[in-house]
Design a protein around this ligand. Structure first.
Ligand SMILES: *Cc1c(COP(=O)(O)O)cnc(C)c1O
Length: 225
């Protein structure tokens, strides 16, 4: 077995007791590394740049499920709308409406997660809690037709302090449960909670994550941050 496939197996073994999906974050990594993972049975891959996502999707097997996990500009939505499996990084109402419009043009319902700002750094994107709760009562959102909001995504603060990270994950899970308990239309359903990366995915799973986004523990370190 290749080293990449090996890394995936050992992560899958560790998360075996959780009902969670492993997303292999392949940003900056070449197609042959992605194929090593794919040939080992991995089907969910995450990228953070539209151009890279589009070019990889064109040259790799068509049954790969591509996840957009990075900040998404509205003018680039149409490039990924036809094939993206799930957009994790919807961080504004305007972006959500753009996804709706692009989905309408191609008659496709596009799965989205709303990104929530849980970290203490101001650089991370996402809704804050009051914004998100307001959005959930917004008539435009309640009447979307070409978007399915299937959950939430968050990124913890970049720190070694496990308590900070766990608090942020716990807060996001509470928000997820709060929205899940509401009476929402069928296109808004809290099914997936995307949280956890190489350094913190076990903590995230213990806090209720259903999707972990793991890059460096699978493919090795990247040359840029
Ligand atoms: C790069 C990235 C990851 C994966 O990070 P690792 O620490 O390499 O596992 C997860 N989520 C997002 C949004 C990323 O940009």
């Amino acid at each position: 077995m290749s080293e990449i496939a090996n890394n995936i197996s050992s992560i899958l073994e560790k998360i075996n007791d959780y009902a969670a999906t492993l997303i292999a974050v392949s940003k900056t990594k070449p197609n042959d590394h992605i194929l090593e993972a794919y040939n080992g049975g991995q089907v969910d891959f995450g990228e953070n740049k539209v151009q890279e996502l589009v070019s990889k999707s064109e040259s790799l097997p068509s049954d790969i499920r591509w996840h957009m996990i990075g900040h998404l500009q509205r003018n680039k939505v149409k490039q990924i709308a036809p094939f993206v499996h799930l957009i994790h990084s919807v961080d504004s109402e305007r972006l959500l409406m753009t996804v709706e419009n692009e989905g309408k043009k191609i008659n496709r319902k596009i799965n989205c997660l709303l990104q929530v700002h849980i970290a203490s750094e101001s650089t991370k994107f996402g809704f804050d809690e009051p914004e998100l709760l307001n959005l959930m009562e917004d008539q435009k959102i309640l009447s979307l037709q070409n978007v399915s909001i299937v959950g939430l995504m968050g990124m913890a603060t970049f720190t070694d302090n496990k308590e900070i990270i766990k608090n942020e994950f716990t807060g996001l899970k509470a928000l997820f449960d709060q929205i899940a308990s509401r009476n929402t239309p069928p296109h808004i359903e809290m099914k997936e909670l995307s949280m956890g990366m190489s350094g913190d995915y076990i903590d995230a799973l213990n806090c209720g994550s259903t999707m972990i986004r793991v890059g460096s523990s699978i493919f090795g370190s990247r040359n840029y941050a």
